[in-house]
Design a protein. Structure first.
Length: 347
């Protein structure tokens, strides 16, 4: 009988599925704490270790340590070989801070911002208001972090985004016809990783990363390390107020879900006005398909609702409508990776 069944072999109802949902947060928080302790990086660097060894290295109390590690084994984040623990392949690839594929920065954001906000879901359901603390909108903050005081924290979050944008960039570079294009811009491009991936795949292209001025030092550092400073440049600005880069392809990736419908329409209007005839706008997000079974996307959508005043995921049909209202003609949509949709609109 599958574990997810709500009935016993005799047909009687069991509350087990409800118990699993009620305690799902336990696994989430165990992962967040493991990242905060840097457990996966320690195991990647030092190799498999026993529970007493990990207690000493991480400063863990003996009362919880064994169950904590065994829970991570049950979650397929660690492997146990006798008395020694090691990273599972997925944890080693995505949770070791020394690897460019690490998404630990997202785990930190989840622990500090999203997890507490979900704890106030009932209040949000009654008020419609975001429940995450809103950082100052000033020249010091990036991704809810003071970039001047905690630059490494910002780098870790940007690295977690890079892990995702590298895969998306590879897909966009392969799927779109770039042969007649010369210049493109990623709007809200952080430290320019998506721009770099596409530019590297198509040497004739010049790319622009458009973002707030406080992203510039992280861009210079990252693009300089990649050796693409001659073809990928940074333009500082606010995509609601400042002129957008001159380009024949503009990209909004993981941008529209941060804003409400009116702001989305404004961003699409501004992109349409900035593009030349024949230009294209590329949008990607975890777009909803209208099915309540699409649990992962719905949870992401509610997370953005809890974290921002107007954010949420949206459907492909809604995106098409906004693009038509902005003036775009041919609009194509297709699945991207395992849970995204990419929409390409032509002027």
């Amino acid at each position: 009988m599958p574990e997810s069944s709500a009935t016993t072999e005799h047909g009687a109802l069991t509350p087990e599925p409800i118990h699993r949902v009620l305690l799902a947060y336990c696994g989430s928080k165990a992962l967040m704490s493991a990242v905060e302790l840097d457990l996966f990086s320690v195991l990647a660097q030092d190799g498999p270790a026993t529970e007493p060894e990990l207690r000493r290295k991480l400063g863990l109390h003996p009362r919880l340590a064994r169950h904590f590690l065994d829970a991570l084994v049950a979650l397929d984040l660690l492997r146990a070989d006798g008395e020694r623990y090691a990273n599972s392949p997925v944890a080693d690839h995505f949770l070791d801070r020394a690897k460019p594929t690490c998404i630990g920065g997202f785990a930190e954001m989840t622990s500090d911002t999203f997890y507490p906000a979900w704890g106030r879901l009932t209040k949000a359901l009654r008020t419609g208001q975001a429940q995450a603390p809103q950082p100052p909108d000033d020249e010091d903050h990036l991704f809810r972090v003071n970039a001047k005081e905690q630059p490494d924290r910002v780098r870790r979050f940007m690295a977690s985004m890079d892990s995702h944008s590298t895969r998306i960039g590879d897909e966009l570079a392969a799927r779109l016809d770039w042969s007649a294009r010369t210049r493109f811009a990623d709007l809200g491009g952080a430290r320019g990783n998506l721009t770099a991936v596409i530019a590297k795949a198509h040497p004739h292209l010049r790319g622009v990363c458009f973002d707030r001025p406080q992203s510039r030092p992280f861009f210079d550092e990252h693009i300089g390390r990649l050796g693409l400073s001659d073809r990928v440049t940074f333009q500082a600005g606010d995509f609601f107020a400042d002129p957008l880069p001159a380009a024949d392809v503009l990209i909004y990736g993981h941008v529209l879900h941060d804003w409400g419908p009116d702001s989305r329409r404004m961003l699409l209007d501004r992109a349409y006005q900035a593009l030349p005839e024949g230009g294209a706008l590329v949008i990607y997000d975890r777009m909803l398909d209208g099915s309540p079974k699409d649990l992962s996307k719905l949870m992401y959508s509610m997370t953005f609702m809890l974290a921002s005043a107007g954010g949420s995921e949206y459907s492909v049909d809604e995106c098409r409508d906004w693009l038509r209202q902005a003036g775009f003609a041919r609009i194509d949509a297709q699945p991207l990776l395992h849970d995204h949709t990419v929409v390409v609109a032509h002027k």
